[in-house]
Design a protein around this ligand. Structure first.
Ligand code: PEP
Ligand code: MN
Length: 352
């Protein structure tokens, strides 16, 4: 349920009401919106009558039932307002959200060595990306494929951060690595294969770094939002949803089917920021530019794009990785689109 407070409600009254709800066994969550304060209520609310709640204070404007199974993730829980996720980076805050410029995250699939990660970081920064991606712990289909350099790759990511000031995003696969990863990463990625690893979701929800939650390759939108709900319910409100392609009947010409329609659909259902990953979404670098454009047109808040200094030699996901040169050009192309929707703030770049 959500309790919408009248404009100008005294702070003391909001606290008093929240305390009263707590004595009823409910968990009140105060959400300060642009115009109004809303108290979200989670718990056994099914038997409560909204009119009964309304009576406890003259400052309550309205009491509404949240019908969706995901409560905290629902748009209604914030009375229709979008949330923003602010990521602190050495270069300043990077803000993900509907009313902010599009955030571009770029970098290789895997961190391979110091030279390649630092060079890629410098190149994507020069092109206008504000966050660097790079896998240290890699989820691979084959146990014989490159599994990532693990802890030593985290050190290299820290180095790239130090040199460029870019924020770092990297994946956690096992909760025993979480603390180590959270020490280096500005955003923690939960990959498609772990989207419903509920114990991992609870653990990333119990720490404070923002979480980039990729959609499971066969997950429905509702399952995905319920996965986000796990993180929110565990106490971490900083969640970004990332569409990365789903499994459909035709996987011959693309690795996955990028579900672009998810952007407007999620916009209606949730207040959380939305990202699109056209690299895993298509599996082929030639399709990444057009799908990036499409994602911007659809209203994405963020793009995650794989870039590798030498895709032919990449240890993972080479076929879908752009060269730094192609990424430079793509950023110029995207700037036209981004400006058209009034959501572009990346620094201009000069083509060599
Ligand atoms: C990745 O980002 O490199 C990755 C493995 O992503 P996903 O979980 O979407 O497959
Ligand atoms: Mn990858």
């Amino acid at each position: 349920m959500i309790v919408v407070m009248k404009v100008g409600s005294p702070e003391a009254e909001i606290t008093r009401i929240s305390d009263e709800f707590s004595t009823w066994g409910l968990t009140p969550e105060k959400i300060v919106g642009q115009h109004k304060v809303v108290i979200g209520l989670v718990g056994e609310t099914a038997l409560l009558d909204p009119r009964q709640l309304q009576e406890i204070s003259p400052w309550i404007e309205q009491v509404l039932r949240v019908e969706k199974p995901y409560k905290r993730a629902s748009r209604q829980f914030r009375h229709g307002e979008a949330s923003e996720v602010v990521v602190k980076t050495p270069n300043g805050p990077v803000v993900f959200g509907e009313h902010h410029p599009i955030v571009v995250i770029a970098g290789p699939c895997s961190v391979e060595n110091e030279e390649m990660i630092v060079e890629t970081a410098q190149r994507v920064k020069a092109a206008g990306a504000t966050m660097l991606r790079g896998g240290a712990y890699k989820p691979r289909t084959s146990p014989y494929a490159f599994q990532g350099h693990g802890e030593s790759a985290l050190e290299l990511l820290a180095k790239a951060r130090e040199v460029t000031g870019l924020g770092i995003i990297t994946e956690v696969m096992d909760s025993s690595d979480l603390e180590r990863i959270a020490d280096v990463a500005d955003v923690i990625q939960v990959g498609a294969r772990n989207m419903q690893n509920f114990s991992l979701l609870k653990k990333v929800g119990a720490q404070s770094k923002p979480v980039f939650l990729k959609r499971g390759m066969s997950a429905t939108i509702e399952e995905w939002l319920m996965a986000a709900e796990y993180i929110l319910a565990a106490g971490n409100p900083h969640v970004i949803l990332c569409e990365r392609g789903i499994r459909t009947f035709d996987q011959k010409y693309t690795r996955n089917t990028l579900d672009i329609s998810v952007v407007p659909v999620l916009r209606n259902l949730t207040h959380l920021p939305i990202a699109i990953d056209p690299s895993h979404g298509t599996g082929w670098s030639t399709y990444v530019p057009s799908m990036s454009m499409a994602a911007i047109a659809a209203g994405t808040d963020c793009l995650m794009i794989e870039v590798h200094p030498n895709p032919a030699k990449a240890m993972s996901d080479g076929p879908q990785s752009l060269t730094p040169e192609r990424f430079d050009r793509l950023m110029q192309e995207l700037a036209v689109m981004g400006k058209a929707v009034n959501r572009w703030q990346q620094p201009a770049i000069a083509l060599a």
